[in-house]
Write a protein that binds this ligand. Sequence first.
Ligand code: PGA
Length: 264
Amino acid sequence: MPDQSSTQRRPLIAANWKMFKTPAETEAFLKEFLPKVSSDPGVEIVICPPFVSLAAAGALMKGTPVQLGAQNVNENSEGAFTGEISPGMLAALNCTHVVVGHSERRQLFGETNSGVNKKMLAVLKQGLIPIVCVGETLAEREAGTTLAVVERQVKEALVNIPSADTKKIVIAYEPVWAIGTGRTATPQQAQEVHLAIRDILKDQYGSLTSLSVRILYGGSVKPDNMAELMACEDIDGGLVGGASLKPDAFLDIVNYRQRKAAGR
Ligand code: PGA
């Protein structure tokens, strides 16, 4: 049995701003948000603005506990790939995290499991932390194939990942039917899939890795439902879209523990 204390998972809460916020809007958000973040918030906080706002965000986040992430990346280090951004370019802007394989990219931009895997390998090679998204559609859930779909997405995303890197990976379970719909998975529905993902990691990489990897829940996370989701044993944080666009709402999500303790 691995020592549980060595595998304590620090909660991670990531904001996925999608195609919202210019550099000026990013600055306005951070000037309001950052002073309200405690110097030791008890959770890791990552904000993923659009590419064009990364530099503005990075400049303001310097010296704060808030980390910078990107929403996508190209797997090549450079070359004739018009409109694309490499892992090295993100690192040069002080990004530490990259969202890989978000369902919007899979559904609207044709990303496949093998493409997601290439991005994972490139991101890790650059020393960045991938937040890889998996999750079933409503049709897949109704057909009873949720766990099979998620298993395939997880396994194919992780092909050939160096074993030294497996613990760094962050997985986000985001049921597609819960994204931007206001329809959150129940804590039970989310926990079932999170546990299944942890079991896959255990089979492939052993207990230590499976107990170390953070598995975030995403899909209509709000200030009101964060604490009950976080009460589930295998939910280690959130990937938050809509509710991360307003400083106070995102702050309430980040401070879910303090709010719960205060009965708010
Ligand atoms: P949502 O988006 O919180 O607006 O549902 C989550 C996501 O797409 O990462």
